[in-house]
Ligand binder design. Structure first.
Ligand code: 6GU
Length: 247
C-alpha cells in the first residue's frame, strides 16, 4: 500500500505515523508513506495557499491551484488512478468495513483541509471519497487522515505480526472486546477472575464470549443488531438485562 497525504503540516503526518506498528510496517516495506506539502506548490511569492471566501463570511478557504498541482505531482508519477479521500466533517462517517475495503487499494491519496475548507472546484476535479471520522469538529484533516491510515493498515497482511491478530478484536464479529488481565494476580486487593487462572481453555473462551456480549449490551446496544450472535446468545443477553433491571 502506498499512502500519499496532501497537507500543510507534513511533519505532523510523518512524525505521527513513523511510530509503533505503522512505523514498523513502513520500515519493513509493507507500507509506504509520503506527505506532500501543499505549500511547495503555491505560485504565490509569499507562499500563500488560502484566500477570502467569495460571498464573504468568516475564515479562509484553501485555494484550488496549489492543491491541484500537489495532487498532480503524485498522479504524474504513478500508473493508476488512485482513490482520493478528502477529510471533512461533511463526509461519510468512517467505520471498520470502510477500512477493510480501502485496505484492498494499491494506493490512496488523502487530502487534509484546514481553515473553512477547500475550494469546491478542486474537490470536484480530484476527490473520489469524502470521509469524516465522527460527529465533532477538528481544526484540520491531519488527525483524521492518521486515524484512517492506522485503521486501514492493520487490515493489510504483514502489518500486524503473530501476536497482534486483527481477527478477534472489537468489531470483528460486531461485538466489543472482553476485558484483559496480566500479572500480578492481585493488585490493590483486586483479583484476576478465577476462571482465567483455571487452565480450562473452553471455559475461558465461554467466559470471554459472555463478557463481550454483556459489554456490548451495556455500552453499545446499537451494535447488537448487526452482530454475529446465535439465538442462544441473544437469549443470554435478554436474560442478563432482565435480571439486572430487577435489582
Ligand atoms: Cl475528517 N475533519 C475535521 N476538520 N473535523 C472532523 C473530521 C474531519 N471528522 C470529524 N471531525
Amino acid at each position: 500500500m502506498e499512502y500519499y497525504v496532501l497537507t500543510l503540516f507534513p511533519d505532523m503526518i510523518t512524525d505521527g505515523l513513523h511510530t509503533s506498528i505503522i512505523g514498523r510496517a513502513i520500515e519493513d516495506g509493507v507500507l509506504s508513506l509520503e506527505a506532500v506539502n501543499i505549500r511547495d506548490y503555491t505560485l504565490s511569492k509569499h507562499g500563500k495557499t488560502d484566500d477570502y471566501p467569495y460571498g464573504g463570511g468568516a475564515g479562509m478557504v484553501m485555494q484550488a491551484q496549489p492543491v491541484y498541482d500537489a495532487f498532480m505531482s503524485i498522479r504524474n508519477r504513478i500508473d493508476y488512478n488512485p482513490r482520493v479521500v478528502y477529510l471533512t466533517p461533511q463526509g461519510k462517517v468512517f467505520h471498520q468495513d470502510m477500512a477493510k475495503e480501502l485496505a484492498l487499494e494499491k494506493g490512496i491519496v488523502f487530502l487534509c483541509g484546514h481553515y473553512e475548507g477547500v475550494d469546491e472546484r478542486v474537490l470536484d476535479e480530484i476527490v473520489t471519497d469524502e470521509v469524516s471520522i465522527g460527529d465533532y469538529v477538528l481544526t484540520g484533516g491531519e488527525l483524521p487522515a492518521m486515524c484512517m491510515i492506522d485503521a486501514i493498515s492493520r487490515m493489510i497482511p504483514g502489518v500486524l505480526h503473530n501476536n497482534e491478530s486483527a481477527e478477534d478484536d472489537s468489531f470483528g464479529d460486531g461485538l466489543l472486546e472482553f476485558p484483559q488481565y496480566s500479572r500480578p494476580e492481585i493488585w490493590r486487593d483486586r483479583k484476576v477472575p478465577a476462571i482465567l487462572l483455571s487452565g480450562d481453555h473452553a471455559k475461558v473462551d465461554a467466559w470471554r464470549r459472555e463478557q463481550s456480549l454483556i459489554r456490548t449490551a451495556e455500552r453499545r446496544p446499537d451494535l447488537l443488531e448487526n452482530a454475529v450472535i446465535s439465538p442462544k446468545e441473544r437469549d443470554f443477553i435478554r436474560k442478563y438485562l432482565a435480571n439486572k433491571n430487577e435489582l
